[in-house]
Ligand binder design. Sequence first.
Ligand code: HEM
Length: 76
Amino acid sequence: MQTPAPGFATDIKPLFRDRDRSAMTFLFDLWAYDDVKANADQILTATENGEMPCDGAWPAERVQLFRRWIDEGCQP
Ligand code: HEM
């Protein structure tokens, strides 16, 4: 069975808390598709190595979902 590709609005945007968004507006808007897409590789690296969010690393399956979103073409 094929799992549908994750989409930004339904799967990715909800990963970012209000707090994440406010903390990061100096670099990008984590609730904006274009910004997250443009910075996807750095966001993946930062979450994967546990640097971000700085108040608690994402669990592996969350990082995996973000990676899959990139691998499957950053669907809106
Ligand atoms: C390119 C990727 C990113 C870079 C370079 C980056 C960089 C930074 C920097 C320089 C700060 C301020 C200094 C600090 O408090 O550590 C910060 C704060 C923060 N970032 Fe990021 N960040 C990235 C991605 C993210 C992502 C994806 C999230 C959430 C999933 C996130 C969540 C936060 C939070 C919650 C803070 C506030 C920490 C606090 O004040 O307690 N960041 N980030």
